[in-house]
Design a protein around this ligand. Structure first.
Ligand code: DAH
Length: 341
């Protein structure tokens, strides 16, 4: 019977070798170590053996059983390792790779510039009032003392639309009418920031869209002195206590008298350089005392009320502050430019 046992052992071990997975291992276990495995039948028959044979065969059968169990565990451990190796290979994760940095969004330089100017006005007691970017002819010009066919309309290169009398605003001044109509007869101290559109030949100094801030104060005793004081104070609050301003007589249909105001050139401090064309001054915007007809159109009695208004090109101010020599950078979306702010 001993040779038979050797055969059982060899067969079992041989059958174990090619097994590659859990299912194969399990059927091998049932076939070679299960209840009706050839080895188990030997145990069943031990009782029928002679006294001399029984311990010899029993010991050998037990030996084989332990050997098969050991081979089984070794094989199943080997398969586990193999499977692990395979997943490590296919699902390789390199934890030493540096993480992907988050790109944190931030404000566009035009927006932060706009906000810092608005903050200065807020400190001076001005409120922000929003007005539309698409306007009727009446608001853009008519109510600002430019009736149809008034030649002053040509001062603004306006984008007209297919809709009769509807155009993109070329300046924030129509907002004056909106805010006056909203508050009359209360006094007003407001700024109206927003995008303006002009049909321009694009160049280093001109874009088809740009921001303006309209300034408007209406009350019972508003004077030209208030206008000059506000604009001069704005310059000092933006650029420091020594910043100088000057006013030059000008013409706008919606103010009387009208002026243009300049800030001292930041590059040469008035000495004269290429940026200011050797004048020492840079033009910032227009201003004046609100025309009586405009006050009336806003709902105020010009005999009782007066007001001042000013327009501010905000990109212009930023260009001065940061020595930006081309206005086209603002809307070109070039990260090399934007990253600097
Ligand atoms: N709206 C004018 C422009 O865009 C600028 C301006 C001039 C605004 C005089 C004013 C003003 O409020 O009083 O060219």
């Amino acid at each position: 019977m001993l040779p038979e046992l050797d055969q059982i052992e060899q067969n079992a071990l041989k059958a174990l070798e090619p097994i590659q997975d859990e299912a194969g291992l399990e059927s091998w276990r049932i076939a070679h170590l299960g209840r009706s495995a050839p080895l188990m039948l030997v145990f069943d028959q031990l009782g029928k053996l002679s006294k001399e044979e029984r311990p010899v065969i029993g010991r050998r059968a037990n030996e084989i059983k332990r050997a098969l169990e050991a081979a089984f565990s070794a094989r199943s451990e080997a398969l586990r390792q193999l499977a692990l190796q395979r997943t490590l290979q296919t699902e390789r994760l390199d934890v030493t790779l540096p993480g992907r940095a988050f790109t944190i969004g931030r404000l566009h330089p035009t927006t932060s510039n706009m906000r810092s100017i608005i903050r200065v006005f807020a400190d001076m007691g001005f409120q922000v009032y929003r007005s539309p970017e698409v306007e009727t002819d009446e608001y853009n010009f008519g109510l600002l003392n430019m009736p149809p066919h008034h030649p002053a309309r040509d001062m603004w290169a306006t984008f007209y639309t297919n809709m009769p009398n509807v155009s993109l605003r070329p300046h924030t001044s129509p907002g004056q009418i909106h805010v006056m109509r909203a508050y009359a007869p209360e006094p007003i101290r407001a700024i109206l920031p927003g995008m303006c559109y002009r049909y321009e030949q694009i160049s280093a100094r001109k874009e088809t869209q740009f921001y303006q801030i309209e300034v408007l104060a209406v009350g019972e005793n508003i004077t030209l002195g208030d206008l000059k004081g506000t604009v001069s104070d704005l310059a000092r609050r933006l650029f420091g206590p020594n910043m100088r301003t000057r006013f030059r007589a000008a013409y706008f249909p919606f103010t009387e008298p009208s002026a243009e105001y300049d800030f001292e050139c930041l590059l040469c401090h008035g000495k004269g350089c290429a940026v200011c064309a050797w004048t020492g001054w840079l033009e910032i915007g227009g201003c004046g005392m609100v025309h009586p007809i405009v006050l009336q159109n806003g709902g105020y009695d010009p005999a009782r009320f007066s007001g001042f208004a000013a327009g501010l090109g905000t990109e212009r101010i930023m260009m001065l502050k940061h020595h930006i020599e081309d206005i086209r950078y603002f809307w070109a979306n070039d990260m090399r430019f934007l990253d600097q702010f």
